[in-house]
Design a protein around this ligand. Structure first.
Ligand code: ATP
Length: 253
């Protein structure tokens, strides 16, 4: 089967000479179309750097990235909504940039706000919403990013960089459930970055552990079947132990 993305020998070094920082070294990673993959690692191990490379926001120093998807949509820890725009306008922004006609935009926004269970807040501005609602809007906007473009029929890819990390535990729990529901419905591939083992095992079909400085793939686990089974406490414990080991090795260097 053709991969959604295939990373081969990815390395990334920032700066030069003595001040150079090798953030990633020899990362090989493949994702199947529609797969939900969680990338787990300690703070500073290069997760965000890897996501930026896949999103084409930055270029690798070595290696190659093959992408067989539409341009990836990206979602960050902070919703990064435009404060002066209404929810409606925020969600339709990517479509405006792609010059999607007004009627088509309105239809898509209604569909997406319904998908993230936010119908009826179209005219509110971000400051009138809770943190969880803002992330729902950000998710709707991310899902709108390929809508109406030539790439709209290609398999989609959603890159998420700790999108729920700033939320309280209950809201995070609710949004994790919503994300699984939306992933099932949209069949988009999701690459989800987190340093929370529980979050990774709850969401991911596969969890990939990265080492720190330089970031490399250490191990991976198949955690959940498509029908939602798996996610056992045993796997969670095993991954937690492996993450601890990676962190302690890094601390010792
Ligand atoms: N533009 C940059 N210039 C210099 N160094 C950078 C740059 N971006 C990242 N780094 C360094 O590369 C390493 C990896 O950073 P990155 O932000 O990818 O890690 P992370 O795993 O996402 O961390 P966190 O979980 O804390 O967000 C870090 O040591 C960081 O300081």
């Amino acid at each position: 089967m053709e991969c959604a993305i295939e990373l081969s020998g990815i390395g990334k070094t920032f700066g030069r000479g003595k001040a150079a920082i090798t953030a990633l070294d020899g990362v090989d990673l493949r994702m199947a179309p529609g797969e939900f993959l969680c990338l787990l690692g300690a703070s500073g191990c290069g997760k965000s750097t890897l996501l930026n490379l896949i999103a084409n926001l930055d270029q690798p120093s070595t290696g190659s990235i093959v992408r067989n998807t539409a341009r990836p949509a990206v979602m960050f820890q902070e919703a990064a909504l435009m404060p002066w725009l209404t929810v409606q306008r925020n969600v339709e922004l990517p479509m405006r940039l792609h010059r999607v006609p007004k009627a088509e935009r309105a239809e898509k926004v209604a569909e997406l706000l319904d998908l993230v269970r936010l119908s009826g807040v179209n005219d509110k501005r971000p400051h009138e919403l809770s943190g969880g609602m803002r992330q729902r809007v950000a998710l709707a906007r991310a899902l709108a990013s390929a809508a109406g473009t030539e790439e709209a029929d290609e398999p989609s890819l959603l890159l998420m960089d700790e999108p729920f990390a700033a939320l309280d535990a209950i809201t995070r729990d609710v949004l994790q459930g919503e994300l699984i529901r939306i992933w099932r419905k949209t069949k988009t591939a999701v690459l989800f970055v987190t340093h929370d083992v529980r979050e990774a095992t709850r969401l991911g079909q596969r969890v990939v552990l990265l080492s720190s400085r330089p970031g490399r793939v250490v191990r991976e686990w198949h955690t959940r079947d498509i029908d939602g089974t798996g996610d056992s406490a045993e796997v969670t414990d095993e991954i937690t132990a492996a993450l601890r080991e990676v962190i302690s090795q890094h601390a010792a260097t």
